[in-house]
Design a protein around this ligand. Structure first.
Ligand SMILES: Cc1cc2nc3c(=O)[nH]c(=O)nc-3n(C[C@H](O)[C@H](O)[C@H](O)COP(=O)(O)OP(=O)(O)OC[C@H]3O[C@@H](n4cnc5c(N)ncnc54)[C@H](O)[C@@H]3O)c2cc1C
Length: 357
């Protein structure tokens, strides 16, 4: 049966949202031989996926449940090879860098979550200092978000994945437990399967499709400094604030965690707070100017557990959203899980924690 849109292109899967979740899923679907179309409201990769820090770990792993750790760990394990593949296919290096993370003492250094089994995940294990205060996590890696999304976007072209930009807010049309089409500014798009990967906006798309999913925007503000390369050799974290060095000397400082709706503005109070904490952590930053401040809207979800699933009643509808603070880390693992579910393959991760209920 041919699936087409008004431009007469055929698609096995139509994805609403061109962030890291949408583009990663398109990558794995394409490698499984499926023809995929991405419909992006604006420009691919310019929302949360651009704004994030790119740390490939759940900051302090003992804060999280096994569902978060498992998806993050699988993702982090996949990154070295995946980043190389993206670089080779799209020509842009996402700057994967296993630089390690130093966690400085805080009053919250001890495991708080009794259900967490963080030590079972070797990439996130830390080596305590002699006083058992600070922690060196040698296996924590990073990617550079703007490069990652550019690299993914180029890879979409290399894999012949159709990307339609500036589609406006696309909407799903459902009849008799089946999505009939998705409507965009460019027209009507008909496919065999539909995937909602619209980040913080996913709940808008799914509003009329119970059971309801709670995915809400959580703003994060960041600052950027330009230092000499090598000033900071690894990620530095203390009590909710991190400094991330890039290879060329840029240092990203983050981040706030604010529930202010779909408001992406930046604030003077966040600038002052992050600046003060950054200088406390690395006094040399006091001699440098802030060169940029920005914010992004994370797709917040309860307990940071994303939904990566088939809809329980609507037979051709899927979601890959709600990755909250770790959507970059989880990108390849959740995209691989979604692909396995769509193709009825046995997933290599237990899908139940990420199901649609
Ligand atoms: C400040 C900050 C720091 C972060 N740090 C890290 C980190 O260090 N490590 C980590 O792993 N994660 C981090 N994250 C989280 C991570 O960036 C997100 O979880 C991830 O980017 C979510 O990807 P996404 O594709 O679901 O969403 P997005 O990147 O927001 O993409 C969703 C896309 O859908 C589009 N869209 C919306 N509605 C529609 C519609 N109706 N139709 C079509 N398109 C639509 C949007 O325009 C957007 O392009 C951070 C996030 C922020 C904001």
């Amino acid at each position: 049966m041919p699936y087409h849109d008004e431009m007469n292109a055929t698609s096995d899967v139509i994805i609403a949202g061109g962030g890291v979740a949408g583009m990663s899923t398109a990558f794995f679907l394409a490698h499984a031989g499926l023809q995929t179309t991405i419909l992006e409201r604006n420009t691919p990769g310019m929302e949360s996926s651009w704004a994030g820090g790119g740390i490939l770990a759940p900051l302090l792993p003992w804060h999280y449940s096994q569902a978060v750790l498992e998806m993050c760990h699988r993702g982090a394990q996949m990154y070295p090879a995946w980043a190389e593949t993206l670089h080779a296919s799209g020509g842009i290096d996402p700057e994967y860098w296993p630089c390690g993370m130093h966690v400085l003492p805080t009053d919250r250094m001890t495991p708080e979550n009794p259900t967490s089994n963080a030590t079972a995940y070797p990439l996130f294990n830390g080596i305590p200092d002699a006083n058992n205060h600070s922690l060196w996590m040698p296996n924590v890696a990073q990617v550079r978000n703007p490069r990652l999304v550019k690299s993914l976007r180029k890879t979409m072209d290399a894999l012949n994945i159709r990307v339609l930009e500036h589609c406006g807010d696309t909407t799903l049309h459902v009849s008799k437990n089946h999505v009939s089409h998705i409507q965009s500014q460019h027209g009507k798009h008909v496919g065999a399967h539909y995937l909602v990967a619209s980040g913080a906006w996913s709940q808008h798309m799914l509003a009329d499709m119970p059971p309801a999913k709670t995915i809400s925007p959580v703003r994060g503000q960041m600052l950027l400094f330009q230092a000499e390369p090598g000033l900071l050799p690894h990620i530095l974290y203390q009590d909710g604030v991190y400094l991330i060095p890039r290879r060329d000397g840029h240092i990203v400082v983050g981040s706030t965690v604010e529930s202010v709706g779909f408001d992406k503005s930046t604030t003077e109070s966040a600038r002052q707070h992050l600046y003060a904490r950054a200088v406390q952590l690395l006094p040399e930053l006091g001699n440098l100017a802030i060169i940029q401040q920005w914010s992004g809207l994370r797709p917040g979800a309860p307990d940071n557990i994303p939904t990566v699933a088939r809809h329980p009643d609507i037979d051709n509808l899927f979601v890959n959203a709600g990755h909250f603070r770790y959507g970059v880390t989880m990108a390849p693992s959740s995209a691989k899980l979604l692909t396995d579910l769509l193709l009825h393959r046995t997933p290599d991760i237990d899908p139940l924690p990420y199901a649609w209920w």
